[in-house]
Design a protein around this ligand. Structure first.
Ligand SMILES: [Zn+2]
Length: 171
């Protein structure tokens, strides 16, 4: 088993509230030239030939596995070897079900592989001014659309601005 040190959270950067399946993301990744290794594909989810993430959380909160944890992902340049990639469908507002599943999967991965550093894709941007923090002006992208550290500090309770309007009551 490879050594896993981080869990990186991503978003699909598709419109908030629009259903996108793991098969859709697999197709997008194929179009970008991603390709799983033949042996890994044969062993797990052979229908997904390209998916770069280990998990995708679909709009209704369903957790879909893309790659086995032991398979290196393709989701965070320079950080794939020792990380797990989880993608939540949307851009910066998600359903109650998605938030619950995200909390569950983070706890589960901590239990299996922890302690893991849990962070957003944008937090892996280079710290250009060298002050020890990756700040907004340094983000290469905005993915996953919310502040992962703040979410963790709040006991995995999302800020309501990141919850889809008709889902606020359900959290
Ligand atoms: Zn990302």
């Amino acid at each position: 088993m490879r050594l896993i040190k981080r869990l990186v959270i991503h978003c699909s950067a598709s419109p908030n509230g629009r259903a996108v399946s793991i098969a859709d993301i697999d197709r997008w990744h194929r179009e970008r030239g991603f390709k799983r290794q033949a042996a890994a594909r044969k062993a797990f989810r052979p229908e997904l030939g390209s998916i770069g993430y280990h998990y995708v959380i679909e709009l209704d909160g369903t957790l879909r596995a893309g790659r086995l944890a032991d398979e290196v992902g393709a989701h965070a340049a320079g950080h794939n070897a020792d990380s797990i990639g989880v993608c939540i469908v949307g851009t910066d507002a998600f359903t109650a079900g998605q938030w619950k599943t995200l909390a569950k999967v983070v706890a589960e991965m901590q239990g299996r592989f922890g302690p893991l550093a849990v962070l957003g894709h944008r937090d892996l941007s280079p710290d250009k001014d060298g002050d020890g923090k990756v700040e907004q002006h340094e983000w290469l992208k905005t993915c996953p659309g919310f502040d992962v550290a703040a979410w963790l500090a709040a006991g995995m309770k999302p800020d309501s601005k990141h919850v889809l309007p008709n889902h606020k009551a359900a959290l």
